[in-house]
Design a protein around this ligand. Structure first.
Ligand code: HEM
Length: 102
């Protein structure tokens, strides 16, 4: 889990650096695909902000050895983190591969 947090920190740093330079990309899909894309993107973005303090607290409780409290919060952290990871890939595939801007 410490390696997962380490690689996540590296990813976040490179992601922020990339977007600082490249700006944003418009989604060119229409109809149902556009609705699906924005529902996934909105939930992904909100939960990506929520997950940061959750991961820090979950890790802190584990390192401190407070395992009962760690377990209680990890039941939220794990599925939310998984959702944010998977939907990040869904957004990427839809934006750059399924509906690339011409
Ligand atoms: C953010 C990082 C972490 C996440 C998302 C995470 C997630 C989880 C999850 C989902 C469980 C099972 C909860 C349940 O029983 O329903 C768990 C249990 C546990 N985790 Fe973590 N974990 C993290 C970091 C760590 C670290 C760094 C350690 C070691 C220092 C650790 C040690 C443990 C232990 C010992 C248990 C079992 C506790 C018990 O059954 O009393 N975890 N964790």
């Amino acid at each position: 889990m410490i390696s997962a947090v380490g690689t996540s920190i590296l990813f976040l740093a490179s992601y922020l650096f990339y977007h600082y330079q490249a700006g944003t990309t418009r989604f060119s899909g229409e109809g149902l695909a556009r609705l699906f894309y924005f529902v996934v993107l909105t939930s992904h973005t909100i939960l990506a902000m929520v997950i940061v303090p959750l991961v820090i607290v979950t890790l802190y409780l584990a390192i401190r050895g407070s395992f009962p409290r760690h377990r209680r919060i990890a039941r939220w952290t794990f599925p939310l983190w998984l959702y944010v990871s998977v939907t990040g890939i869904v957004v990427y595939v839809m934006l750059y591969h399924l509906f690339p801007t011409p």
